[in-house]
Structure formats: structure tokens, C-alpha cells
Design a protein around this ligand. Sequence first.
Ligand code: GTP
Ligand code: MG
Length: 610
Amino acid sequence: MTSIYNFKKITPVPTGTDFLDIILSKTQRKTPTVIHANFAISRIRNFYMRKVKFTQENFDERLKGILDEFPKLDDIHPFYADLMNVLYDKDHYKLALGQMNTARHLIDQVGKDYVRLLKFGDSLYRCKQLKKAALGRMATIMRRQKDSLAYLEQVRQHLARLPSIDPNTRTLLVCGYPNVGKSSFMNKITRADVDVQPYAFTTKSLFVGHMDYKYLRWQVIDTPGILDHPLENRNTIEMQSITALAHLRCAVLYFVDLSERCGYSIKEQIALFHSIKPLFANKPVLLVVNKIDAMKIEDISTEDRALLDSIVENDKVELLGMSCYTDEGVMNVKQSACDRLLQSRVDAKMKGHKINDILNKIHLTQPVPRDDNPRLPHIPTAAEQKPKYDPKDPHRVMLERDLEAAEGGAGVFNVDLKKKYMLENPEWKYDVIPEIWEGKNVADFIDSDIQEQLDELEREEERLEAEGFYQSEEEEMNSEDEALEATADAITEHTRLTRITARLKTTKNRPMLPKTAIKRNVSDMSDHLEKMGLDSTEARARSRGVKRARSVSRGESIARTASMARQSCADQDAQALVLEQAWQRQDRLAVKELHAVVENEGRRKKRFWK
Ligand SMILES: Nc1nc2c(ncn2[C@@H]2O[C@H](COP(=O)(O)OP(=O)(O)OP(=O)(O)O)[C@@H](O)[C@H]2O)c(=O)[nH]1
Ligand SMILES: [Mg+2]
């Protein structure tokens, strides 16, 4: 059974000095360490700012971790909240966590302030001093928290050892005066192992044990003994029992020791019952009289008997006797408690709202008798008379398992199948079955009408042959068809090969050639065109035109540089030349472009000289 609160997984809280060591060494390890006065000041500032920020973030992260992991008293089940209040003092606990929170904010502020100051640091020395001051102030804040840290670590260790009590499950709670035998009962019915000693207050905290009843899991809580005095005078040990009684929905087993060997009189024990009775409200209560081996209920004085009876009558409590020594009545107490708790849980659920939703889904079918014939259960007489199997009885019916054990166990023993053969004469069971008998194969005679079946098959065969069933229907292929088939094969083969070569060509990982490396000149193109029977003069003229135009645009980019002025004369010459050539070719488009370029150029140059 898992607790809903995982108090066992809280990370250990380091002591004050350890906390500082962890954070500062982390800063040392995780931030750069080499800086030089000759470096640019912005670099020096960044170097120290990073250190301050990193340290502050680490403090923040660690402190936030503590704040998040420790349970918040307002968020957890009231049982745990009260138990923590009893054990660690709610105010102290909240104060410690509050101080952690304050320290976190103060450190954040220090970090922010010093990062701001570092922005104005004008030398390596000054920046270093600022960083030192920032880390020093953070350390001072943290050093002041050493008591809170130590306290929180103690709380963590104790929380981890708390029993995992599930406040919402079926629970039996054992309570009563000290030394009355509560832990003895707990050890009897659960798998727990609680210390049992003949003196009071052996059990000093809550213990939880688990058991099964009616295929359900139950938790049994053993509580420390309670004395009968006002609530204010109760110590931490007793208060744990009171907390459990107050907050857990459970069946209460109030233990009394009528023999008074526990050291407390019957009157005191009954008085305690009455004083803690308000805590039993809405819970099934059982008054368990323990140690009946030492003193029976009937043997007590009439005065004490009257006290017991008054409880039973007035408070609707069940009185049960038992003894952990003789085991008398222990199971009875367990079963009664479980049954009463189950009943009360069912009653509580029946009163709730949810029950209607569930009841709507349940349909109970009642079979209607089809006639008046009585159909009583029937056990065959043979089954009834069969002796009951008893492994200790030497005359018992031997099972296969017994035989196996007797004859060498599993792996050695072989199951005897022949023993179950059903034959005319049971004596034949173990006879050897021959394969050849009087010169004939026994297998031939297993199928008695085999000859007739064979004859039948042969007759059918003859009939089929006569009908021409097996005559070949294949026609001879003529030479034309053969040629067609050969061509089809050749085509298929060719397609297959083409597909393979194409696939080889388009392999993804082939080395890519840059476009510039693939040299294709105009003469290649014209050759190719002419080979195809086309006229290439026009294409050649066009390609030349484009080339010239590009060279101008390259000039354009050169002119953009700072050496524009120096280049301009040469460019102008080149432009003039190109223009002339273009005019000659009557390439109007190119001329238009060139005009635009030249104009642009002129404008830019003007701007440049300005
Ligand atoms: N004669 C007799 N003695 C018993 C019986 N059950 C428990 N005892 C003895 O009573 C003493 C106290 O038993 P515990 O089980 O430790 O009692 P407790 O109520 O858990 O005591 P605290 O933990 O101190 O509150 C032990 O010496 C047991 O041996 C019983 O049925 N008969
Ligand atoms: Mg005990």
C-alpha cells in the first residue's frame, strides 16, 4: 500500500556550511576562470556578471527545491498535518520554510543589485571586488539560515521514517492504556513486528501493519498507550494516538486489561474510554477485553462488571474477549472489527450522492421458476461414497502425483498409458502387439475394406481414361507465335536493363559537379544543333549578346566599391565598346538594359563624389 504523500523522497538538506560549499564550488566549476586585465572591459564585466548571476541562480534553485519538496501543511491530509504539528511543531516548521523563502528573495535581490553595479565596473580590480562582495553577502545570508537548515534536515529524516498510513483505506485502530497488549494483538493479525515488552510505553509512535480479510487489504494501526489526563497534559507520544483517532475513518478497538497486570485499574481504563469517547463519533467501536487467560470477564467484581455493561449499553459498543497468549478469540475480534467497519462504510456510502449513479447501473436478475417440479441438487452416490483423499492415509487411492513421487519424481517417472486401455479382456492390456502375425502384416488388416476401396479407385481411373480426361489439350505453337513470344521476351529484358541502368545513373550519392566545372561553350552548342539538322547562327549571336551584357553588370558591381572613381574611366570605355557592339547587332533589348545601367552608374557616381 503506497502512501499518497511521498515523504521518503525528499532530498537531503545540507548543513549551512555544506550548502555554501556546494554552491560556490559549482560556480567555480561551471563558469570560466581565466580573465586578464588587458581584456576589453565589456568582457571583464561579463565575466564577473556571469559569476554573480550563476551563483544567485544556484542558490535560488536549491532553495526552491527545498520549498517545493517539503509538504505544505495546508495541502496535505489533516491527519498528516496534525501529526506533523504534534511531532515538529507547526509554527517552527512554517517559520523554517518561511526563512528559506526570505533568504531566497534576499539573495535574488543581492544578485540583481550587484549585476547592475558591475555594469559600471571600470577595471578588472573593481569588477572583482564587486563580485567578491556579492558572493560574500549571499554567503552571509545563507550562513544565518544554518539553524533552519539543520532543523529541516531533522524533520526530513523523521518524515522519511513515518509509517505509510493511507488515510482513506479500510483501517483498524488499536488504542487503550499502555501495556494492555495492543502490540501483541497487532503482531498476531498482521505481518508487522512491533516490539512487545512487559512495561508501559514500549510503543512510542504509530505503527502500521497490513492484513487480508475477505480478499481485501486492511491496515492495522498500533498506537502508543494513552493515559487518562487532560489534553493539555498529554505528551507527544500520546498525542500521536489522539491525532490518529481524530482524523482517520476507522474501526476503533479499545483494549482493556481486566487482570490489571498492565498496572492500571479497570476504573481508570473505563474512565479513559469515557474521556476519549468524543473521538469515536461515527466510528464502529469494539471494547476488546485482552488477557482473558489471566482474568475472565465473568470473574470480575460486580462493580467493575456494571461499569463495563454501562459502556456496552449506552454507547452501542460490542464487547469481545480474547487472549494473545492462547490465541483465544483473536480471529473473532479481527473478523468482528472488519465486518463492522465494512458495514459502516457501506452504510456511509448508501447515504451519499454517488450511490444513485451506481445503483442505476446495477440490475439484479431474479430467475422465475418455469414449473413446480422441485430440482434439488444431486450428488451421484458413487461420488458420495468415494473415500476422501488423505495424503497421510496409507490405503488412499494413489494419484498419479503419488506414483510420480514414489517412482523417482519428475523427469524419471513415465506415465503408464496402457493402464487405461479398454479391452474385452483386461488381461490383454500389457500384451505385446506384433507387427507381423502368421506371415502377414498386421497393418494390412487394420482397414478391413481396403481391397474394395482399391478396386473402386481402379474402376474410376479406367472410366476417366475412357472419357479422355487425361488427353493433352495443348496445341502446337506455330512459328509466328514463337517469333512474337521471343520479341516480347526481348522487350521485357530490355526494359528491365534500362530500368537498372537508369537507377544506377540516378544514385543519390554520386559526387556533384559544380556548375562552373561543367564547361560548355558556344561551339559545343552549335555543333550539337547542327548535328540535329538545325541552324545555329541565331543561337550563337544571342549567346554572345548575353555574355556582353553580363560583363557590364559585373562592371556595375565593381563600380559599387570604393575604387569606383579609379575604375570609372576604364568602365566608361568598356561600356562604350559594348554599346557600340550592341548597336551593331541591333539588339534593342540589350541596349535598353545598358542605358538603364549607365544611367544608374552615373547617378551613383554623382552621389559618391558629393
Ligand atoms: N497474560 C497475558 N499477557 C499478555 C497478553 N497479551 C499481551 N500480554 C503481555 O502484556 C505485556 C504488554 O504487551 P504489549 O503488547 O507490549 O502491550 P502494549 O499495549 O503494546 O504496550 P505499550 O506499547 O507500552 O502501550 C507484554 O508483557 C505481553 O507479554 C495476553 O493475552 N495474556
Ligand atoms: Mg505497544
